[in-house]
Design a protein around this ligand. Structure first.
Ligand code: 5GP
Length: 179
């Protein structure tokens, strides 16, 4: 299935299931090594990261915990800046080795706004694992410790990522056709 249609748009296959799964295993192996004597807490950001987080977690051999949160952004009453709040953040972060699990870092704005909120809880360490990264789109540089694939600035769907609600169930990752 090289080309698919979701709503009004066509998408071409970009990363196969096998390519993604191999990368997820590699990322898990790196984390197992780096956190060999630790007990990290993974915080997966919904919705897009659910599939990546589940597959990554299956390949961990260290003692690890996971919690899922949703980020909501709204305009603050006083400032014009975007305020990000976490829904479902019910774990104590103080002193923990925290790894944020993201599907994709695009402009970097979401995590750039959210990380200070997590730092406020004084975790022992805080790192980011993102399956995809679009450096050409970056406006808010972030230090991403674990990156799966560096991709061009084109809209992608599949493996948890959606286009207007559809496509999250796909095992592969697809790129907007002709973009
Ligand atoms: P950022 O704040 O880094 O600009 O945006 C991050 C969020 O935007 C991601 O977690 C994801 O939900 C959404 N996003 C960015 N690029 C894409 C893309 O190519 N495809 C899809 N489906 N979502 C994207």
């Amino acid at each position: 299935m090289g080309r698919i249609k979701l709503h009004d748009k066509e998408f071409d296959i970009y990363l196969s299931e096998e390519t993604i799964q191999q990368k997820v295993r590699d990322l898990a192996a790196a984390i197992n090594k780096d956190y060999a004597d630790k007990h990290p807490l993974f915080i997966a950001i919904l919705n897009g990261s659910f599939m990546f987080a589940a597959d990554l977690f299956k390949h961990l051999t260290i003692p690890a915990e996971i919690s899922f949160i949703k980020l909501a952004s709204y305009k603050g009453m006083k400032s014009s800046g975007q305020v990000i709040t976490a829904i479902g953040l019910d774990v104590e972060l103080h002193g923990r080795d925290v790894i944020i699990v993201e599907d994709i870092v695009d402009t970097g704005k979401t995590l750039h706004n959210f990380l200070p909120k997590l730092q406020h809880h004084q975790p022992a360490s805080l790192r980011i694992a993102s399956l995809l990264n679009k450096p050409e789109a970056t406006q808010f540089p972030l230090d991403i410790a674990y990156t799966g694939f560096v991709i061009p600035d084109k809209f992608v769907v599949g493996y948890g990522l959606d286009y207007d609600g559809l496509g999250r169930n796909l095992k592969e990752i697809y790129q907007l056709a002709g973009a």
